[in-house]
Ligand binder design. Structure first.
Ligand SMILES: *Cc1c(COP(=O)(O)O)cnc(C)c1O
Length: 399
């Protein structure tokens, strides 16, 4: 991009990745469904194949629409390089399997996304990788585990679904000192609210399915970081085959045009709703990094520009209360998703931790009375009124 002065995140959300100069180019990024790309000259074809010249050969490897999506996220994360995937889990698994070999060790948190924790507990050990999962907010324990030696330090903040916040700057430093590659899942914060690379991470990962796309109509994932690291992950992915589909890339790109507007609104709305819930007699506890009552509000204020659109809360009355009140919500999909323009609510048992047993959730400290609530772009007053009617109805019935 031609830099007049450094563009803001809103300008980048709209323009980044789409400024290729060509006469009469379409104003919107075209969806190139073609699997392959024609060459009239074999020498030219060979140069592209050897990556000496820019171009596309086969869409499992690279594709123009997918390129534009990668470029937009790359610029928002201010990274050297980015490579995309069919889903967020593909981004996570391809990254871990690129970086780790038998007898290596990875240090991570007990509160990573449910699918990620399955990779740690079920798959990596089978390949002879040692996995150490620390109590999420116990910084000393994480640092001690890292000092014992590891190849990868894998972090997530805020976490899903209890919105725990960890000090990325501090832990990235400890990872770097131990010679580990520091990876951060930035799905909940988005590049609008948090920049893990600036805080010292080597790689930042997104489930683009969530806030980046924002419309709950396309799956995707992406990893950003240095050219060298991203090239290695790209190479694994082009062979492994978990490539992003061009149509999904187009939907994600289109969704990202409004990323800045959506996230700004969701930041404000979620904070207001969290404060409302905190005052509700039927609500036991509210988890939101923007609240003064949040365990690590101080760290969140330091490392985040906004606290995001997702919050969670526990209800007095346990799972029965959750079961009774959720269906009464008029303006919330009961669904296993988050980060969309529509509000979405659900318990961990059917959303973030559907892969875990009740015992595993208990061990992870995820209460069965928890509701994850992903704030959409509706009017905040309407969402609060909706919660009020659903909760007061249940409070009457259960108590
Ligand atoms: C949803 C999610 C993922 C997985 O992404 P998919 O696109 O569903 O594969 C990873 N990390 C976090 C924090 C998520 O919320």
């Amino acid at each position: 991009m031609t830099a007049i002065s450094k563009p803001g995140l809103g300008t980048l959300s709209v323009w980044a990745g789409e400024e290729e100069e060509a006469p009469q180019k379409p104003s919107a990024v075209p969806v190139v469904h073609s699997v392959s790309f024609d060459y009239e000259d074999v020498d030219q074809w060979l140069e592209v194949a050897l990556q000496k010249k820019q171009g596309h050969i086969y869409s499992r490897n690279t594709n123009p629409t997918v390129d534009a999506f990668e470029e937009k996220v790359r610029l928002l994360e201010a990274a050297e390089a980015a490579t995309s995937f069919s889903t967020g889990m593909a981004a996570i698994s391809n990254t871990l399997f690129t970086l780790l070999s038998p007898r290596d060790r990875v240090v991570s948190l007990k509160d990573t996304y449910g699918g990620t924790s399955k990779i740690f507990l079920e798959f990596l050990p089978r390949f002879g990788v040692e996995v150490t999962l620390c109590d999420t907010t116990d910084h000393e324990a994480i640092e001690a585990a890292v000092r014992e030696g590891c190849q990868v330090l894998y972090l997530e903040s805020p976490t899903n679904p209890t919105l725990k916040v960890i000090d990325l700057d501090r832990l990235a430093e400890s990872g770097r000192n131990a010679g580990a590659t520091v990876v951060v899942d930035n799905t909940f914060a988005t590049p609008i609210n948090q920049s893990p690379l600036e805080l010292g991470a080597h790689l930042v990962i997104h489930s683009a399915t969530k806030c980046l796309g924002g419309h709950a109509d396309a799956l995707g994932g992406i990893v950003c970081g240095s050219r060298e690291l991203v090239q290695r992950i790209f190479h694994f992915r082009e062979i492994n085959g978990a490539s992003l589909d061009p149509m999904a890339a187009y939907l994600l790109l289109r969704g990202m045009k409004t990323l800045h507007l959506r996230i700004r609104h969701q930041n404000e709305s979620a904070l207001e709703i969290a404060r409302y819930l905190e005052g509700h007699p039927f609500v036991e506890q509210v988890f939101y990094p923007g609240l003064d009552s949040h365990e690590n509000h101080g760290i969140a204020k330091r490392q985040m520009r906004g606290f995001g659109g997702v919050l969670s809360f526990t209800l007095k009355g346990g799972f029965d209360a959750v079961r009774a009140s959720l269906p009464r919500l008029r303006y919330a999909h009961l669904a296993a998703n988050l980060g969309a323009v529509d509000t979405i609510a659900g318990p961990p048992a059917t959303t973030s931790h559907v892969e875990c047993t009740a015992e595993e959730r208990e061990a992870l400290g995820i209460p069965e009375s928890l509701v994850r609530y992903s704030v959409g772009i509706e009017d905040t007053e309407d969402l609060i009124a909706d919660l009020e009617q659903a909760l007061s109805h249940t409070a009457e019935k259960v108590s």
